[in-house]
Design a protein around this ligand. Structure first.
Ligand SMILES: *Cc1c(COP(=O)(O)O)cnc(C)c1O
Length: 374
């Protein structure tokens, strides 16, 4: 592989000693569930995300589920979201018994189109779940205006967007809740599964902590029906170390994206692809992915060509959620959400992780150029 889509080993080499010292300390303590390491991470993430508090949980998916549960969203309720996201966004809505209502995306940012939300609101609508896809924020002001007008909860799916800023504000601090994932491939990844919920309303922080631990407060007295949504102390300890490096890593992704923009602009294929769009309101983009659109139905062939020539790539996401087999009962048809359907046919993501080199980016652009000029 000349340029893998992601290589976590080089990042690990840079922080190995710090990490192993923490892991060793934790193993000596044998204190694996919640505790001081988790509390420390929760404070650090709250500060990083500009919220009064955060609650460490077992994954990004569980972060979404616990926020819905804490707001009593369930059977008979509708939650408005985007069809162009990872499955977990809508999966979480269904897991609590509610129904996802899909709203088409903006063709430039690939995020939910706020102009199309209001027409989908019914008397069953309880929440809006916008997703900050690939590290770019949704247009949050109009979304918050609609939520306030109809008294809806806003749960930001910020699983791909830790540190992303909308008009100078960190995502996860704008809606009522922000869900973050520490899956290893995210900008801030742990050594397994993990996640966190940022909470805007200070009074809800304690409630979320109780929910995370079977709704138990005090021990063996159950206030709510919660669940086991706890994050491991081991993961929290590792994340506290990695968090110190996150701004450098995100800045490097941004530099890499700029370099790709230049290389593509100077290539012979500038008219055959669409580069990632950065909205005016995006004051900080963290480029969890760098995704381009390929015209003329050539995307799948390009993907095979890149892999055959040593360049890692992937399609996020080939099937919009309203067209997934598991959601057939929702009754959507081809053509219902045309922008999502078109983008799903044209999009492809290429290597952007911090440790990639200029030489590797030149190889990626040249390989795409070779294919599209064939
Ligand atoms: C990764 C991701 C999730 C789920 O996070 P996990 O930690 O893997 O459960 C949810 N939504 C989006 C948009 C994601 O990218």
């Amino acid at each position: 592989m000349k340029v893998p889509l992601l290589d976590l080993k080089s990042q690990y080499q840079d922080i190995k000693e710090e990490v192993l010292a923490e892991v060793s300390e934790l193993c000596d303590s044998q204190m694996f569930i919640l505790g001081a390491k988790v509390e420390k991470l929760e404070e650090e993430i709250a500060e990083y995300c500009q919220t009064p508090g955060s609650v460490g949980v077992s994954s990004g998916s569980d972060a979404l589920i616990i926020a819905l549960m804490a707001e009593n969203v369930g059977v008979g309720d509708e939650v408005i979201t985007t069809p162009f996201t990872f499955f977990a966004t809508a999966g979480a809505i269904c897991r609590v018994g509610a129904t996802p209502v899909f709203v088409d995306i903006d063709p430039k940012t690939f995020n939910i189109n706020p102009e199309l939300i209001e027409e989908k609101i019914t008397n069953k609508t309880k929440a809006i779940m916008p997703v900050h896809l690939f590290g770019q924020p949704c247009d949050m002001n109009p979304i918050m205006e609609i939520a306030n007008k109809y008294n809806l909860v806003v749960i930001e799916d910020a699983c791909q967007a830790i540190g992303t800023e909308y008009k100078g504000r960190r995502v996860g601090s704008i809606g009522d809740y922000g869900a973050f994932s520490f899956f290893p491939s995210k900008n801030l990844g742990c050594f397994g599964d993990g996640g966190i919920v940022s909470v805007r309303d200070e009074e809800k922080i304690q409630r979320m902590k109780i929910f995370r631990n079977h709704g138990m407060d005090p021990k063996y007295y159950h206030k709510y029906i919660g669940g086991n949504f706890r994050i491991d102390a081991l993961q929290a300890a590792i994340l506290s170390i990695k968090l110190r490096h996150l701004d450098d890593w995100s800045a490097q992704r941004s530099v890499n994206a700029e370099e790709y923009n230049q290389l593509f602009a100077n290539s012979k294929i500038a008219d055959k692809i669409t580069l990632p769009y950065k909205a005016d309101y995006t004051t900080r983009h963290i480029y969890n992915q760098y995704s381009i659109l390929v015209k003329n139905g050539k995307r799948d062939e390009l993907k095979d060509y890149l892999w055959a020539n040593g360049v890692g790539c992937d399609v996020y996401y080939p099937v919009p959620l309203h067209m997934q087999e598991c959601f057939a009962d929702l009754g959507y048809k081809v053509g219902d959400l045309p922008v999502s359907e078109q983008v799903a046919k044209e999009i492809i993501s290429i290597p952007i992780y911090p440790e990639t080199t200029t030489e590797q980016r030149e190889i990626v652009v040249k390989t795409i150029e070779d294919f599209l000029l064939k």
